[in-house]
Design a protein around this ligand. Sequence first.
Ligand SMILES: C[S@@+](CC[C@H](N)C(=O)[O-])C[C@H]1O[C@@H](n2cnc3c(N)ncnc32)[C@H](O)[C@@H]1O
Ligand SMILES: [Zn+2]
Length: 408
Amino acid sequence: MVDYSLETVVEGKTKVLVPDVEAFRKSPSSYPPSDAPVFYNKVMELNRDFALATLRVYIALYSKKEKLFYCEPMAGSGIRAVRIANEIENIFVVINDKNPHAVDLIKENVKQLHLTEKTSVYMDDANEIMVRHAAERNRFDVLDVDPFGSPSVFMDSAAQALSYNGFLAVTSTDMATMCGRYPKACIRKYASKPIHSSISHEVAVRMLVGFIATNLARQGKSTKPIFAHSTEHYIRAYVIAEKGITKAKESMNTLGFLAHCPSCYAIESKKGIINTLSKQCPQCQNKNRLLGGPIWLGDLYDEPFVSKLKSEVDNNPENYGSHKKMAKMLTLIEEEVKAQKTDAGICFFDLHQISDKLNIPSPKVESVIEEITKGGFSATRTHFRTNSIKTNAPIDKIVSAMKKVLNI
Ligand SMILES: C[S@@+](CC[C@H](N)C(=O)[O-])C[C@H]1O[C@@H](n2cnc3c(N)ncnc32)[C@H](O)[C@@H]1O
Ligand SMILES: [Zn+2]
């Protein structure tokens, strides 16, 4: 029974009942989504908008089926899954949460939106429902794993339950761990050493994709990352899994190690499951480079997918409450797609950080990009961090471009 304070929100084209989270706030400093009987976070609208937009693009570009079988194993109020059932055609939606209050609210939303024929609602453990769908005839074409904190304990069953050519979306809010505040916890959860520095959010995304790839490879499935973003307190990765042991081995060959120099900020990466990067920086000879990995060292974005996603958002703003933020982010990500075509794709240089170190003013990013490209290198902005650039220019060339722009 849903006998607590609710409100109606409209996301996309769908009216959904959610807990009136402010009514449950325990203290001025508490986090209201967690205080309510059922989790609902308005801030995650962008995450959900991208879930719908990417699904539309997956259907347009890559799905080979007439009707898709979708599952959200940790659905909270059900807002994401009922939006999908309500707004996407030719889909059957399995909605699950272990919290009985969440399940009552999901059922209420399903009833109000007349979606009973298109959905089924369960109150199971997320791993249990996914493993029940591990047999090939029974797998999900689309799986959206959106847990509290770390997705690590759900990846093995998600990799089993995903169909061949299936579309997997994963959120992680485990940022303190993945960005290197708790390296031992990170190694335990993701079998990867994090890097605690200005590039840690991109390293975290690459760690998440690498972890997904490792889990999929075990099931004889490859990993094709098609989209990812880092936003405020979370990261999100979208991949397509293809059938094949050979392709799965190729995915594993895409893992490797990365070094970030805390002195000159040079970045070096090398594929391989055994680290061959040294602690000493070849640029400035500092002996204490930060080493992390294994992480995904391949592309994070599929160019046709990102381009179609940008037009999906631009042409249908009424479908996405966060369309302005999405479009802004996608403009930067389109630049990153260009960087990924050169050897500039892996991580970035924070111009503020370099300026601080050199004790010079921070130059305009666009001007530095222009100056670097004049020198024949590639340079783009990145959505991962403001005042930062992805470039294949070595650090000394970046510094001279910064000084040239500043006339010093
Ligand atoms: C971050 S919330 C989900 C929010 C939702 N996806 C959305 O877009 O609003 C995480 C949900 O996972 C549920 N949950 C946590 N651990 C679970 C498990 N092992 N099995 C099933 N549900 C679980 C919680 O009850 C909670 O509703
Ligand atoms: Zn160095």
